[in-house]
Structures are given as structure tokens and as C-alpha cells.
Design a protein. Structure first.
Length: 300
């Protein structure tokens, strides 16, 4: 008995075979037509090229366009290679950012990074007067030092040679030795306020000419250098990040701070008694001296 299924199978078989035959025929036809198609395209190309070849302006334009394209391409490729090389060099040094003194958004990002790294953490600072850095409410480290766990700060001794030399090296007539001393007095007054509310704040005063403006908190270091004759605020700030790379500059700058901080020749300023505390190599208190009988406090 012939069923519908038998009929479908009978029709499906020849149809399947016919489909393969058609595919083979189309493929063969396409293959056989390739030489004629190529010949046709070649003739058309030669015709158009003959017409274009007589147009000198067009050819010159094409050559110039191609030359400009190649120049731009090779310049971009060269710049990309240089940028990658500089990026590798910066990574080796641990440098992650350089913010210009004129870059508003860069300085804003740097300030937010300082605040995020400094809250409830230890912070270490080396500066000249510290007034614009943390004593001023608009300073980058003002909120950080207010909310840090412990602060170790080093500023210029206002009556030392370093403060005098630094002040006189700046050409701005408004920057004088007295101006420096007034700024340091404001910074000390700010730190005394924090000490009065049981904040863990320590201050040391050094006599040498300042070399770096340095702040360390968390895994980041912010660095500027003091250039003779220039306000440090006009110079770029470099940001280094701690990492496993032994070539990173984070470690030597960190050690630079610790070496100065542990130098027994640099006295600590007692924020409660206004005395300079000198310690021996083991860190034990050796002697105390009154800090110029409160002269600086009287200036603030």
C-alpha cells in the first residue's frame, strides 16, 4: 500500500539530487565565467586609467593625498612607539601621573586622590612653611591631616639658614623672611589646634635649604622640587605608586623621608610646651630648648 510518506520520500529523493546538480552547475558556470569577467574588468580599468592618466591635476592630487596620508601614518606610528616607550619608562620608575600647576582638572584629581588615601591613615610630609599645603583651608592636605591617623611633618626652622636662603631666592618682592616666618607660625598654630583635640601630630623643624616638597600616604607619594627663584606652586607635581618593581622611585623617596625624620640633629617641636626636643641615636630624649622664648608664637 502506497502511503503519503512513501510519496514524500519519492519526491524528496530526486529533489535532493536536483539541488546538488544545480549547485554544481552554478559553481561550474561561475568558474568558467571568471576569465571573461576578469578580462572585462581589465578592459574597463584600462579605459578608465587611460582617461585618468591624461588628467595631470588628478594624478598630482592623488600623489599629494597619498604622500600626506603616509606622512601622517608614519608620524602617528612613530609617536605611538615613543609614547609606549615613555609609558614603560614611567612604569619602571613607579610614576603614574604628572599634574601641571596650570591644569585645573589634573590638580583636582590629585587632590581627590590625596583625600582618598589620607583619611584614617598615616601621612608624612616635608615642606617649607606648610601654610598653603595644610594650614590654609583650601590646601590639598588640610582635610587629610585633620582626619589622618598619625601625621609626621617636617617644616623649615623659621630662624634657620634654610628659611632665610629659600625666602631670599624667590624674586617676588612680597616673599620675605618675615613672610616665611609668619606662614610657619600659622602652620604651627594649626597643628597645635589638632594636638589640643588629641590628634596624633608630630612636627620637626630642619635648618637645611628645602630640596623636595614631599607627601606620603598609603601607597602613593606626591613630589615637587624646590627650584631656586621659583614658587613651588608653579612647578609640576609627580605622583609615584608603590609596587613590586625594584626600580620604582617610591622606595628611595620613602627612605629619604625616614632618614631625615630619624636624624638626631633635627629637633622635634613640642606642640604643647613650645620647646625643641633633641634625641639621641636611639630615639631617647637628650635635652630640651625653649623655642626662641615664644618669638614665633608672638608673630602669628
Amino acid at each position: 500500500m502506497i502511503t503519503k510518506r512513501h510519496i514524500k520520500d519519492f519526491i524528496k529523493g530526486p529533489a535532493h539530487i536536483l539541488n546538488h546538480v544545480l549547485l554544481i552547475a552554478v559553481s561550474a558556470g561561475f568558474a568558467l565565467s571568471l576569465p571573461y569577467t576578469a578580462e572585462y574588468l581589465a578592459k574597463k580599468f584600462l579605459v578608465y586609467w587611460t582617461q585618468i592618466g591624461s588628467e595631470k591635476i588628478f594624478l598630482v592630487s592623488v600623489e599629494l593625498t597619498l604622500a600626506v596620508f603616509l606622512i601622517l601614518f608614519f608620524n602617528y606610528a612613530g609617536r605611538s612607539l615613543r609614547d609606549r616607550r615613555f609609558a614603560r619608562m614611567a612604569k619602571e620608575a613607579g610614576l603614574i601621573s604628572v599634574s601641571s600647576a596650570k591644569g585645573f582638572f589634573a590638580r583636582r584629581r590629585t587632590r581627590k586622590l590625596k583625600e582618598s588615601q589620607g583619611i584614617e591613615r598615616d601621612i608624612m610630609v616635608i615642606g617649607s612653611t606648610g601654610c598653603r599645603t595644610f594650614a590654609d583651608a583650601a590646601g590639598d592636605l588640610h582635610a587629610v591631616i585633620r582626619n589622618c591617623r598619625e601625621a609626621r611633618i617636617m617644616l623649615l626652622n623659621p630662624f634657620g639658614d634654610g628659611a632665610t636662603i629659600r625666602a631670599r631666592s624667590i624674586l617676588d618682592p612680597d616673599i620675605t623672611v618675615e613672610h616665611f616666618r609668619d606662614q610657619i607660625a600659622r602652620s604651627i598654630a594649626f597643628l597645635k589646634e589638632l594636638k589640643a583635640v588629641q590628634r596624633n601630630v608630630r612636627l620637626k623643624l630642619y635648618n637645611e635649604v628645602p630640596l623636595f616638597k614631599l607627601a606620603i600616604s598609603g601607597e602613593f607619594i606626591w613630589l615637587k622640587h624646590y627650584h631656586a627663584g621659583l614658587d613651588v606652586q608653579r612647578l609640576p607635581e609627580f605622583v609615584f605608586r608603590h609596587g613590586q618593581n625594584p626600580g620604582s622611585l617610591y622606595t628611595p623617596f620613602y627612605q629619604y623621608f625616614l632618614k631625615l625624620w630619624n636624624n638626631p640633629g633635627i629637633p622635634e617641636y613640642d606642640l604643647e610646651t613650645d620647646e625643641l626636643v633633641y634625641r639621641d641615636g636611639a630615639g631617647n630624649e637628650a635635652r630640651r630648648e625653649p623655642f626662641y622664648h615664644g618669638e614665633l608664637a608672638g608673630m602669628a
